[in-house]
Design a protein around this ligand. Structure first.
Ligand SMILES: O=C(CO)[C@H](O)[C@H](O)COP(=O)(O)O
Length: 234
């Protein structure tokens, strides 16, 4: 069976003056997931959007809203995002004092839970918590800003994460998604998928690709990403 790949445009690069329309347009153009980047000007040097915006976009789409919390401390804000309609909530292990507890907190709120790894963060944080992880998100840039260049060393880390996931799935039968975030584009997405990713965040590559008001303006870029993914394993 062909591997299932998911495309998750990061709304960090969308036009915030018409965010609802931007989300409708990327999803109707073939994207699977809305990637929602939350930055707090403390854990990362940038400030973006919070639960109010998540709540505002929830009625706009049935697509999965994947909230990436670049926030420290992290626990207090998790219930707010769950109430606002998030489906997946991921956080950075360094931003939690008690990783196991924070993963449980996310699940107790009815969301899928995940850990995010910066380029310099070890995957060993996964060692004793795999049972509570639904998604592993590898950052292929240092977090804080869209439009950065993919760090090539992430490919080896993806292969290592894929090995861990496959061993775990073989043992338990439970699937864990492997998401990549930062500098993903048409030129590198196939190599990233070959290394093991199944879910692809793309911000500037998608939202920067078209500037006009045609509701289908994102079709071409999303189709090109999928065309590249179709070559994987061939
Ligand atoms: O989390 C992020 C930055 O911290 C962004 O999601 C990420 O960088 C995506 O943007 P781009 O595709 O433009 O690189």
């Amino acid at each position: 069976m062909a591997k299932q790949f998911r495309i998750a445009p990061s709304i960090l690069s969308a036009n915030f003056a018409k965010l609802g329309q931007e989300i409708t347009d990327v999803i109707t153009s073939g994207a699977d997931i809305v990637h929602f980047d939350v930055m707090d000007n403390h854990y990362v040097p940038n400030l973006t959007i919070g639960p109010l915006v998540c709540e505002a976009i929830r009625p706009v789409t049935d697509a999965i809203i994947d909230v990436h919390l670049m926030v420290k401390p992290v626990d207090r804000i998790i219930p707010d995002f769950a109430k606002a309609g998030a489906n997946i909530i991921t956080f950075h292990p360094e931003a939690s004092d008690h990783i196991d507890r924070t993963l449980s907190l996310v699940r107790d709120q009815g969301c899928k839970s995940g850990l995010v790894f910066n380029p310099g963060t070890s995957l060993s944080y996964l060692d004793y918590v795999m049972d509570k992880v639904d998604m592993i998100l590898l950052m292929s840039v240092n977090p804080g800003f869209g439009g950065q260049k993919f760090i090539p060393g992430t490919l080896d880390k993806l292969r290592e994460a894929r090995k861990r996931i496959d061993a775990y799935t073989e043992k338990t039968g439970r699937e864990i998604w492997l998401e990549i975030d930062g500098g993903v584009n048409v030129a590198n997405i196939a190599a990233i998928a070959e290394a093991g990713a199944d879910t692809f965040v793309a911000g500037s590559a998608v939202f920067g690709a078209a500037k006009d008001t045609d509701p289908n303006r994102y079709n071409t870029i999303i189709a090109s990403l999928r065309e590249q993914l179709a070559t994987v394993g061939k």
